[in-house]
Ligand binder design. Structure first.
Ligand SMILES: *[C@@H]1O[C@H](CO)[C@@H](O)[C@H](O)[C@H]1NC(C)=O
Length: 215
């Protein structure tokens, strides 16, 4: 009996560790983006008001504008933003556009693994594991790359033409922390002494970096 209990506990633990989001308990739960109720997920609309077009998404038809300092654009397809049918499905999507030399800077998704499919162009991508080992790769159109959950990663357009990719993440709310702005653009600002010591640079250089993030 204790052995059975142990096995059940082990199975339960594995389930908790492997799951990204909670399992749905209905066929679907199309998000009601107007509801003020806050819970772990989003309130559903009445399923009787839903039809086939509710599950279609047209937000990736056009490229995002890459006229910004990074030369990149992230267009979300998120349950809580513009794709309510993804609510409770454990998925979030993004269209990524990159000008030549454009960068999606180093960042992490604390709640999701990301799979990226490169539709057009070329990318230099990579992530860093918890032992600080770097895993770089050059991708061409048609290639796929996986960024393991929670690890720091980036994408850079290494080609001479615009690039475009679709990303799928296994959480409806993956979260994103951009490393540079999390540290140098935080509100309230993180003390220069802390950042100077962490990066081994003088406080004056910390200030220069902070200015780039409006801090
Ligand atoms: C689906 O529902 C939407 C909004 O309620 C409506 O505008 C649309 O005509 C419906 N489509 C079909 C195929 O019934």
């Amino acid at each position: 009996m204790p052995l059975l209990l142990l096995l059940l506990l082990a199975a339960a633990t594995v389930t908790v560790v492997m799951a990204a989001d909670a399992d749905p308990v209905d066929d679907f739960c199309v998000a009601d983006l107007t509801s003020p109720i806050i819970l772990n997920g989003l309130v559903c609309v009445n399923p009787a008001t839903v039809n086939g077009s509710t599950f279609a998404f047209t937000g990736f038809e056009n490229a995002g504008s890459t006229s910004n300092s990074l030369g990149s654009a992230v267009t979300p397809g998120f349950a809580g933003v513009n794709y309510p049918a993804l609510n409770t499905q454990g998925l979030a999507l993004a269209r990524l556009d990159y000008a030549p030399g454009g960068l999606v800077p180093p960042h992490t998704h604390p709640r999701a693994t990301e799979v990226l499919y490169l539709v057009k162009g070329q990318l230099f991508v990579g992530f860093v594991d918890t032992a600080d080992k770097f895993y770089p790769a050059y991708l061409k159109a048609g290639d796929v790359y996986v960024f393991p959950r929670g690890l720091v990663h980036f994408q850079f357009n290494s080609g001479n033409t615009p690039a475009f990719a679709i990303a799928v993440l296994n959480s409806q709310n993956p979260g994103v922390q951009l490393i540079a702005s999390a540290l140098f653009g935080a509100t309230p600002t993180i003390e220069d002494t802390v950042l100077a010591k962490a990066f081994g640079i003088p406080a004056s250089e910390v200030d220069i970096i902070k200015k780039g993030f409006g801090a």
